[in-house]
Design a protein around this ligand. Structure first.
Ligand SMILES: Nc1ncnc2c1ncn2[C@@H]1O[C@H](COP(=O)(O)OP(=O)(O)OP(=O)(O)O)[C@@H](O)[C@H]1O
Length: 232
């Protein structure tokens, strides 16, 4: 099963009297357990598409189905609940809560989901160890480097065992060496946790690491490259 299927998706933004078309007639199947990159020049619609896939915004037309659920049929509460349980997010500016430690940042979504304390603490520790931060669990974000902050964000995105992790330009604020390490980490996490990762990126290193690349231009898909076979 494809975890994400988009059909006939369009998005227009309204700016006063002006209608700004951002995406038109998008049909796309994102494969399960793959690393997919949305690539294209600035303004081509990458972030808009990622926001629709993650249920952060709604399409002007068409359907977005994740894990068999048609997001357009969900009311706002159900949509945010779905997002919290099934989708992990990684942002270019990390978006960690500054007053919380690395451990608490990873644990936070599990607290909101009312998981028992022992379980959520164990899960957060396990994930921080997996991203190489065993010795930094009690550091706050301003006591961590950019690369370490993004490692915390990756651990946080995985905490709820999502079906899908979305990352908007995750290496944009990192130097190329640190960016390469984060890509390798995300690749490893994607394989170990057997989930689908979808990125938007300009970064050739991210594009080179992808199984599938979706090329966008002027709000439309120009072509999709599938670089690995479907599993037998
Ligand atoms: N909130 C908004 N209101 C109005 N227009 C918007 C809004 N967000 C995006 N747009 C427009 O939609 C189009 C697609 O923007 P989008 O941010 O999705 O592109 P992008 O490929 O992610 O660009 P970048 O690589 O620069 O982040 C652009 O023309 C942009 O100006």
């Amino acid at each position: 099963m494809h975890p994400v299927v988009l059909s006939g998706v369009a998005k227009h933004y309204r700016m006063g009297q002006v209608d700004v078309p951002a995406l038109a007639d998008i049909g796309l199947e994102i494969r399960a357990n793959r690393f997919t990159v949305l690539a294209g020049p600035s303004g081509s619609g990458k972030t808009t598409l990622l926001n629709l896939i993650g249920g952060l915004d709604r399409p002007s037309a068409g359907q977005v189905c994740i894990d068999g659920a048609d997001l357009s049929t969900l009311a706002d509460d159900a949509l945010s609940d779905f997002r919290a349980r099934r989708v992990g997010f990684v942002f270019q500016n990390f978006n960690l809560l500054p007053v919380l430690s690395a451990l608490e940042n990873v644990e936070y979504s599990l607290i909101l989901a009312r998981r028992p304390q022992a379980e959520r603490r164990a899960r957060a520790r396990e994930l921080l160890a997996a991203v190489g931060l065993d010795d930094k669990m009690h550091h706050r974000p301003n006591q961590l480097s950019g690369g370490q902050r993004q490692r915390v964000a990756v651990a946080r995105a995985l905490a709820m065992r999502p079906a899908l992790v979305l990352a908007d330009e995750p290496t944009a604020n990192l130097d190329s060496h640190t960016g390469a390490a984060i890509i390798a980490l995300m690749r490893q996490m994607q394989r170990e946790h057997r989930i689908s990762f979808v990125f938007s990126s300009h970064d050739p290193q991210v594009l080179a690491a992808a199984d599938d690349a979706v090329h966008l231009r002027d709000g439309a898909i120009t072509h999709v490259e599938r670089r690995t076979e479907d599993a037998a």
